[in-house]
Design a protein around this ligand. Structure first.
Ligand SMILES: NC(=O)c1ccc[n+]([C@@H]2O[C@H](COP(=O)([O-])OP(=O)(O)OC[C@H]3O[C@@H](n4cnc5c(N)ncnc54)[C@H](O)[C@@H]3O)[C@@H](O)[C@H]2O)c1
Ligand SMILES: [Zn+2]
Ligand SMILES: [Zn+2]
Length: 243
């Protein structure tokens, strides 16, 4: 299959790599239909390069159709349409019972003192081949999936893999009081979605970025939702948009 591989600092290439296979009864293989590039992938491109190995397959925001399953994946079956969360979790250990899935005791990478293993995210997180590829092996597939219905396009669901829950949790942690204001620094996928979620909760949002395209995208949401979003950018000067 073709896959996006890390080859060295600032050197990422599409290469032919072996197709993944079922290795454990709890594995599934999915045919990837959509996959995102994350701001977190930029860390691998540069600062976390020390923990990468040439040939590592990148990507942790994939969705697709189940192609093949092991014997212990519960109700998951070939043909199911699924989003794969960025972390692998078993669904039955102490941490999963506490709903702290990113600390799953079955997959956590104790050698590096990390939490649950992540797809395509260096030795620090288990060196598991990622989802920027034609096929993805999903360990702990009985729990590591979100089934979604057929019909709507992938864009309706693919952000469940990381962007939506991460941004939702960021807004939760900010604990904005009722009627309060929250500043969101950086309007990439995570900041943009955090703005939307904070506005959805009724907060007044101040979004900040330096890149005109990113400010424009956030501005469009403001116009569509007719909610209070103030944007500041270095290049086009501070501006306020208030409905
Ligand atoms: N589950 C998680 O913990 C999780 C998941 C996804 C992303 N992340 C992290 O969240 C961060 C954002 O992710 P993303 O995908 O949106 O990244 P991104 O790189 O697409 O977006 C970052 C934005 O910040 C802006 N920015 C940079 N420096 C700035 C400055 N000084 N002032 C104002 N704006 C500035 C950039 O212009 C860019 O638009 C990354 O650090 C990423 O690693 C964490
Ligand atoms: Zn991500
Ligand atoms: Zn677990």
């Amino acid at each position: 299959m073709k896959a996006v591989t890390w080859q060295g600092k600032r050197d990422v290439r599409v290469e032919d790599v072996p197709d993944p296979e079922i290795e454990e009864p709890t594995d599934a293989i999915i045919k990837v239909t959509s996959t995102n590039i994350c701001g977190s992938d930029l860390h691998l491109y540069e600062v976390l390069g020390a923990f990468m190995t040439a040939g590592d397959v990148l990507g942790h925001e994939a969705m697709g159709i189940v192609e093949e399953v092991g014997s212990e994946v519960g109700t998951l079956k070939p043909g199911d349409r699924v989003v794969i969360p960025f972390q692998m979790s078993c669904g039955h250990c102490y941490m999963c019972d506490e709903r702290l899935y990113s600390q799953c005791e079955t997959t956590q990478v104790t050698e590096f003192g990390s939490g649950a293993a992540l797809f395509g995210y260096s030795k620090l997180y288990g060196q598991v081949p990622g989802g920027q590829a034609e096929y993805l092996r999903v360990p702990q597939a009985q729990f590591t999936h979100i089934k979604v219905p057929d019909g709507p396009p992938d864009e309706r669901f693919v952000y469940l893999s990381d962007v939506l829950p991460t941004a939702w949790q960021a807004v939760e942690y900010a604990a904005v009081p009722k009627g309060g204001t929250v500043a969101v620094l950086g309007l990439g996928p995570i900041g943009d979605m955090s703005c939307r979620i904070a506005m959805h909760h009724g907060a007044r949002v101040i979004g900040v970025d330096l890149v005109p395209d990113r400010l424009d995208r956030a501005r469009k949401i403001h116009q569509r939702k007719a909610l209070y979003l103030t944007l500041f950018g270095e290049h086009d000067g501070p501006r306020a948009l208030v409905s």
